[in-house]
Design a protein around this ligand. Structure first.
Ligand code: PBG
Length: 316
């Protein structure tokens, strides 16, 4: 019987995520063998440079995609949040599994509640989206750039004397670190990253056997909502890293999609919602992008993109 080789980055979160997918597959298809192949990406090796300098956020994903194209692995498990808008030639998304908690959360020093943090608290964050929304909630906060895996970022509360760090609930839950969470931002006040909390299974387009297998793991509600978010992102994004977020959810029989674009200093936030038929995800994403562009979202993003990276507070 075939051995399915699953590629994963070596971080504990990536390995846990790969194991989660294998558990799901093994339950439905015990006749196959499953093997994890660890891939050390450039982004995992170089930790002293910002991601912009070494090729951007898609870098982790691209090296694993290369292993898939080169047939070193058969299946790549990615956080949907880290996946660029397009799949490379020859690859496709076979399934998106059920979404974990999509919210952004705070881990604070001594578990101090959000409401009791000093007004000028120092918060570690590695994303312009989080920076914009945090500063919009409280313009006195100091945002400190941090990189590294989830455990490293939490340890930086002590080593960089921060009051807290902001992370995705999903990653913390998967790592068994739920108790570290001191505050949950709801998705209305704080729009998550596109795809946050969802896992995608990427395969070679011609691997029909694995495609059919993966349909058992696909979660339609997550698939449609994440695809709506990605459709929005694709229309909006000028390629580079920008403060943008989107979150789709099922409301009755419809799909409701909220998008957010913000100035990195948090002084301006454009947030809009679109609703439509549950299977019209591509169209809803496009419509939301048009609506936001008519409210000035494009100009706002262009302003950010044209700025010298060192003038932004954070370089992710
Ligand atoms: N950018 C890193 C990354 N990619 C996915 C997750 C969390 C898990 C998820 O969103 O599914 C994280 C860590 C974080 O932002 O806290």
């Amino acid at each position: 019987m075939r051995t399915i080789r699953i590629g994963s980055r070596a971080s504990r979160l990536a390995l846990v995520q790969a194991e989660l997918i294998i558990d799901g597959l093994r339950e439905k298809f015990p006749q196959y063998q499953y093997e994890i192949i660890k891939i050390i990406t450039k982004g995992d090796k170089i930790l002293d440079k910002t991601l912009d300098k070494i090729g951007g956020k898609g870098l982790f994903v691209r090296e694993i995609q290369k292993a898939l194209i080169d047939k070193e692995i058969d299946l790549a498990v990615h956080s949907m949040k880290d996946m660029p808008a397009d799949s490379p030639e020859g690859l496709m998304l076979g399934a998106i599994t059920k979404r974990e908690d999509p919210r952004d959360v705070l881990v604070t020093k001594n578990h101090i509640p959000w409401s009791q943090l000093p007004t000028d608290a120092r918060i570690g964050s590695s994303s312009l989206r989080r920076q914009a929304q945090l500063l919009n909630l409280n313009g006195c906060l100091k945002i400190e750039p941090i990189r590294g895996n989830v455990e490293t970022r939490i340890s930086k509360i002590e080593t960089q004397t921060l009051d807290g760090v902001i992370l995705a609930a999903a990653g913390l839950n998967r790592l068994g670190l739920t108790e570290e969470i001191a505050h949950y931002f709801n998705t209305e006040e704080f729009v998550p990253a596109v795809g946050q909390g969802a896992l995608g299974c990427e395969i070679r387009k011609d691997d029909e056997e694995l495609y059919n297998i993966l349909q058992e793991l696909n979660h339609k509600e997550t698939y449609n909502t994440v695809m709506a978010e990605r459709s929005f992102l694709k229309v909006m994004e000028g390629g580079c890293h920008v403060p943008i977020g989107a979150y789709g959810k099922k409301v009755g029989e419809e799909l409701q999609l909220t998008g957010m674009v913000g100035a990195p200093n948090g002084k301006e936030i454009i947030k809009e919602t679109e609703i439509g038929g549950f299977d019209d995800f591509v169209e809803i994403g496009r419509r939301l992008a048009e609506k936001m562009q008519s409210k000035g979202a494009k100009e706002l993003l262009e302003e950010v993109a044209n700025k010298d990276p060192k003038d932004r507070l954070i370089k992710e």
